[in-house]
Design a protein around this ligand. Sequence first.
Ligand code: E4P
Length: 214
Amino acid sequence: MKFFIDTANMNEIKEAYTLGCIAGVTTNPSLVAKEKNVSFHDRLKEITELVPGSVSAEVIALDAEGMIKEGRELAKIAPNITVKVPMTPEGLKAVAVFAKEGIKTNVTLIFSANQALLAARAGASYVSPFLGRLDDIGHNGMELISTISDIFAIHDIETEIIAASIRHPLHVTEAALNGADIATIPYNVIMQLFKHPLTDKGIEAFLADWEKRA
Ligand code: E4P
């Protein structure tokens, strides 16, 4: 499983990217709205110049025609832009057009296996099931990852599964175990992944012993 960072914040992206384990970035309109005094296009340009992997940028239009227009503009920003499209019939019409044009897509707001299968069959490069939001309403988000992963394996579907709406480190481990190809993770959770009290204690002990050397 690969790691993407789920943010539009440049400081977080820069800091996480230097860790060497981040393969891409996902943004959404809510994350972009948190960023003040910068245009969406300028921010995407900045991100794509730093990160060579997939950078998801979401369309705002709700009709296929509008999504196609917006997506084509977004795709012009850089070759590694992935156009993020909501899981609706209009969204999938747009995905089908983008697939023919060689524009990569990430179908977002996936909450069922059938939605993931439909998106894959329309030609989506990625599907993004939202774990945390399913957990929030008392459903099992991880079961969805596992079911989609089984279905894609049975039918040799190449669409990659991005475990999204990750809230804590256990989501990350379980997403990896349940077949997600990628986890897109907020910066604070990425940093939590590094933490283990025995690592800190071990460093402390090694340094203390080093100081005692003859
Ligand atoms: C991913 O593509 C989504 O933007 C994101 O993971 C949503 O997470 P949230 O449910 O915490 O807003």
